[in-house]
Design a binder for this molecule. Structure first.
Ligand SMILES: [Zn+2]
Length: 464
């Protein structure tokens, strides 16, 4: 998988870097030669949406940088992009210090987005400085009125600073006010079952929020990603906006592609493990999301990996008390391979785009990440398309005592994963040590990359 697409090539790696890609390489005496005939080599995957250090109320997420990146690497993800979420009243500097400390244990390379829980002149003044520090992604929420929700006017102000400074805004698009109204109504009527989580966050609350965001993108022209797109109608809005040339992109996650709200009808103590926001929806929504990945309306598959231990979940007696989030950091390749390539929806190139190249581009990591070309980091994933993978196996499943993918034997197998020139994972053997991961400074989004992601420039871009 090269900048020109799939090709039978030799790849030469020196130290941490790819130095040559071509045919009929003549190895020198002492070079290590690995014959990968019959297999595919893809650029290391980039998961642009993880939560490996997050408290929600009194509970912390189940995986930390050590266990989460073990699962990530076993699933071919050599770079994670983590959301730094300041506590109420906490400064960006303090939150970033906290995340820098815990990410020292990372086995995979990592970068940060920063969540913006409130908007003041001082906060806006800080954003260009963060971009200069290599943190170019900023998350805003239309949901969670008690903690994180911003008004559309505030989000507009963020966009008008971030866009011109070369950053990207990532949006959690759910109409938080309407969701809160529906939740309060359900609770007051004694409706506490997990399925109420989906009923109180209906598709229209996502659609409404996305259309508000599209108006802001139209006004500010700020490159914007709608994260964890969960329903078919959203895609119609995104497609229409893209056809008008708006710089708006869509991310979805394995759980929206593969799970349906029927999981929320299971017995309480099982169903609560499937509570995430936005909620998992219908089979018809999932089909439309797959269509969106095929047609390019959606550009990224990320995991929003955010599982909580059973202990944290079981303490709740009602859907609205359950910490939200689901696991997927290790399973992303197999689940995307299964529904994409194995099901005949798309080929190996698009698989590499949605798992690696496009996330690397929007996150400002390209062309160091996301491509197999001279000058790029030697992050390589060796794929056996005819192998199979047990998604319950260690360390793929992560540290959580509940894994929604347990018991699934998925098509496709990763035989080996290299990160910056070092074999980190080979057939049941994880050799990546905690702490080998390195912070990745992100570049500003260039006009070239933006045009490419918008599909205006179909030629491959390589600008080392
Ligand atoms: Zn998230």
């Amino acid at each position: 998988m090269t900048p020109m697409g799939l090709a039978p090539v030799d790849i030469v790696v020196e130290d941490e870097t790819i130095v040559w890609v071509g045919v009929d390489c003549d190895p020198s005496e002492g070079d290590m030669v690995v014959d990968l005939a019959g297999l595919y080599v893809l650029p290391g995957f980039v998961d642009m949406h993880t939560h490996l250090h997050l408290r929600v109320g009194q509970y912390s997420v189940a995986d930390d940088f050590q266990t989460g990146t073990a699962a990530a690497l076993a699933g071919g993800t050599t770079t994670v992009v983590e959301y730094v979420t300041p506590d109420p009243g906490e400064t960006f500097t303090s939150a970033l210090d906290r995340w820098r400390r815990v990410s020292e244990k990372s086995r995979a390379d990592y970068a940060f987005h920063v969540c913006i829980p409130r908007v003041t002149d001082d906060v806006l003044d800080e954003l260009p400085g963060l971009i200069r520090q290599g943190i170019t992604g900023f998350k805003v929420f239309l949901a969670y009125p008690d903690r994180l929700m911003l008004s559309t006017a505030e989000i507009g102000r963020v966009m008008s600073v971030v866009g011109p400074a070369g950053g990207v805004v990532f949006v959690h698009a759910e109409d938080g006010v309407e969701v809160e109204r529906l939740r309060a109504e359900a609770v007051s009527m004694g409706r506490k079952a997990p399925i109420e989580h989906a009923r109180t966050r209906p598709a229209r609350t996502e659609v409404e929020a996305v259309s508000l965001i599209l108006d802001l993108v139209e006004k500010t022209r700020c490159p914007t990603v709608v994260v964890h797109v969960s329903c078919g109608e959203t895609m119609e809005l995104l497609a229409e906006a893209r056809s008008r040339g708006l710089p708006v992109f869509g991310e979805t996650c394995p759980h929206y592609l593969w799970l349906t709200e029927r999981q929320l009808l299971r017995p309480f103590e099982e169903a609560i493990h499937y509570i995430c926001s936005p909620p998992i929806r219908t089979a018809s929504d999932a089909m439309k999301l797959w269509d969106g990945l095929c047609t390019g309306v959606l550009q990224f598959v990320a995991t929003d990996h955010c599982p909580f231990f059973s202990e944290a979940r079981n303490s709740a007696d009602s859907f609205d008390k359950v910490p939200n989030g689901i696991s997927g950091i290790g399973a992303r390749f197999n689940l995307t391979f299964a529904g994409g390539l194995y099901s005949g929806r798309f080929g190996m190139e698009r698989l590499a785009h949605v798992l690696s190249t496009h996330p690397a581009m929007i996150c400002g990591l390209y062309p160091r990440k996301g491509v197999i070309a001279p000058g790029a980091d030697a992050d390589l994933v060796v794929v056996d398309p005819f192998g199979r993978t047990d998604l319950g196996e260690e360390p793929l499943a992560g540290a959580c005592d509940f894994n929604p993918w347990e018991g699934i034997e998925a098509p496709g197998r990763l035989l080996a994963v290299m990160g910056r020139g070092e074999w980190l994972w080979r057939e049941h053997d994880l050799s990546a040590k905690p702490g080998r991961g390195r912070f990745q400074e992100r570049r500003r989004l260039s006009h070239n990359l933006l045009a490419h992601l918008l599909g205006k420039d179909m030629a491959w871009i390589f600008c080392p």
